[in-house]
Write a protein that binds this ligand. Structure first.
Ligand code: GLC
Ligand code: CA
Length: 580
């Protein structure tokens, strides 16, 4: 069952890109070996700790379930810190674990200063921070800035009367004279973005689910309350935030209708561009204030952005005019490509390279909202999803910039999509079935070993089913296999940390090649060549065409053979090699 990028992903992309036409269809506590110390990259300033290794995204519900109730939890993550350290991660980005009705699995926060009992306690977070610190692994939390849960006390107050002091924490408007919503804005999760509150007879605005009312960032009290929440965790030793859904923090004050285009989205709502309710200029001013007034008070703390930009020009705006906004606006553009081709990748990566001058790039290929990259694209004859995992891993881990790796990506985990609507957990899958099956497929339990439930827990039914391939695709099995996806990733991550070339310049070579993407990284007097065959056929290349020199030490290779002067690559073939 290989679907293209799901409609949710396309919808998100089109919202972010403000497209001018509808988007085209386009055993628990594992025995770990003693952790190896990861080399520090000598060419990187140590205060810029986030430039060295990788950021590892952990979805707590799905990572490890320490108390065997079917739901992953914070203590589960702490138990596996040795593993995370051994991968070479500098930081964990933990998706929301705050108290929440879980309408959007934690992205509906009911209290920013606390932990949902199903995930643990504040003391558990403190322990994760402390144990992480002992291993050089920092913790980043997910700051849901656009909206709260409708169960948040602020919203409960806000909806209680039109004169309540919290009324203006959210976006309330009168109905049109005929009783309909104030304008035509659609929620990205289906239906109108406005819900009528029967008590006060006004509509409130929500870009996502009705259970996720948008905060009114034009109200200084909202800014103060949210900045205080951000600081609360920094004081506990958290190293910063991944900022959720930043694009939608502000809406056009005059509520101008969005332009509508032919066709309907997965939920049957007419397509529209979200030009008036996303990417307003105030977003940048506000993020710069967050950086200056909160983050910069604590040395070394960072902001990572969920920045769904249409291109690199738009992305660079998130660094701020004086690098005073986000340190790491993630370039998520590569996630939404309907296919990975050498020319397209070359053009987009070059775009980031040439535009992010002064800023440090950050790339991701998978996350909890997107189909897992190993099973996102058709597999060429003779190849496997592991080969996709290797070529995409080689790309992600040799680019200039900080890679954000989604848990299980390093194992080549594949999507495990629900087959029946009764099994769907994600509301967008329930609403959009069968066109939109939701995001359950990429959120299934981490595969630790071949024991019951892949070692996710001690046998209770996990909230989502473990993927059928777990007996062979798991940390324990892959650790023992030198040719595994895991060892391929570990080798590359260690190289990133230890080889100054991978912290240095990036030069595209063989630039007209329609099938093979090649580039040289150089720094500290060393050079690393990466060659990736995204074409459907085998390809032969000479070293001369790749910029010359001599082959040195091979860092990783897959479906590739070398002679003294050239390389032969099967489809999805990869070579990462030092050049003398
Ligand atoms: C972001 C999150 C996604 C969530 C949405 C609404 O896109 O990554 O999982 O559903 O924001 O909070
Ligand atoms: Ca649990």
């Amino acid at each position: 069952m290989r679907l293209g990028p799901s409609l949710f992903r396309m919808t998100l992309l089109s919202a972010a890109a403000m497209v001018l036409a509808p988007a085209p269809a386009t055993a628990q506590a594992m025995l770990q070996p003693p952790p190896k110390a990861m080399p520090a990259n000598p060419t990187v300033d140590q205060t810029d700790w986030w430039k060295r290794g990788i950021i590892y995204e952990v979805y707590p519900r799905s990572f490890a379930d320490s108390n065997n109730d079917g739901i992953g939890d914070i203590q589960g993550i702490t138990r596996h810190l040795d593993y995370i350290q051994s991968l070479g991660a500098d930081a964990i980005w933990m998706t929301p674990m705050f108290p929440s009705p879980q309408a959007d699995f934690g992205y509906d926060v009911a209290d920013y200063d606390n932990v949902d009992p199903q995930f643990g306690t504040v003391a558990d977070v403190d322990q994760l921070v402390a144990q992480g610190k002992a291993r050089g692994v920092k913790l980043l939390l997910d700051f849901v800035v656009n909206h709260t849960s409708d169960q948040h006390p602020w919203f409960q107050q806000s909806k209680s009367s039109r004169t309540n002091p919290y009324r203006d924490y959210y976006v309330w408007r009168d109905p049109k004279p005929d009783g309909s919503p104030p304008n035509n804005w659609a929620s990205i999760f289906g239906g109108s973005a406005w819900t009528l509150d029967p008590t006060t007879r006004q509509y409130y605005y929500h870009f996502f689910y009705p259970q996720q009312p948008d905060l009114n960032w034009r109200n200084p009290k909202v800014e103060k309350a949210m900045f205080d929440a951000a600081e609360w965790w920094l004081k506990r030793g958290v190293y910063g935030y991944r900022l959720d859904a930043v694009d939608t923090m502000f809406e056009r004050p005059d509520l101008k209708d969005n332009k509508v285009y032919p066709g309907v989205d997965a939920f049957g709502v007419p397509n529209q561009d979200h030009v008036n309710n996303s990417k307003q200029p105030e977003v940048h001013t506000e993020l710069q204030r967050l950086r200056q007034m909160v983050i910069d008070k604590y040395p070394g703390r960072i902001l990572v952005g969920e920045t769904w930009t249409s291109d690199a020009q738009e992305l660079v705006q998130y660094y701020g005019p004086r690098n005073n906004e986000l340190q790491l606006p993630m370039f998520l553009n590569l996630i939404s490509l309907p296919a990975l081709t050498a020319p397209d990748l070359r053009q987009r990566i070059t775009g980031v390279e040439t535009n992010s001058v002064g800023g440090w790039p950050s790339f991701a290929l998978s996350n909890h909202d997107s189909r897992r990259v190993a099973s996102r694209y058709p597999v060429p004859a003779g190849a496997s999803t592991d080969d996709w995992a290797k070529i995409t891993g080689a790309l992600l881990l040799t680019l200039r910039g900080t890679p954000v790796l989604y848990y299980g990506e390093e194992l080549g985990m594949v999507n495990n999509d629900p087959q029946r609507i009764e099994d769907v957990q994600d509301v967008i899958g329930k609403k959009g079935w069968p066109k939109e099956k939701g995001r359950d497929g990429e959120r299934t339990p981490m595969q630790w070993d071949a024991s019951v439930n892949a070692g996710f827990n001690a046998g209770a039914k996990p909230w989502l089913p473990v993927s059928a391939d777990y007996a062979t695709r798991n940390v324990a099995a892959e650790r023992a296999d030198p040719k595994s996806v895991l060892n391929f990733y570990r080798t590359l991550i260690a190289e990133r940390r230890g080889n100054p070339a991978l912290a240095g310049e990036m030069t595209m070579v063989d630039r007209a090649n329609p099938n093979v993407l090649s580039y040289v990284r150089s720094g500290g007097g060393r050079k690393v060549l990466t060659v990736l065959n995204f074409g459907g056929a085998a390809s032969d290349l000479t070293l001369a065409q790749l910029g010359g020199g001599k082959f040195g030490r091979v860092i990783v290779q897959n479906r590739a053979t070398m002679s003294s002067t050239g390389i032969h690559l099967a489809p999805l073939g990869v070579l990462v090699v030092e050049i003398g």
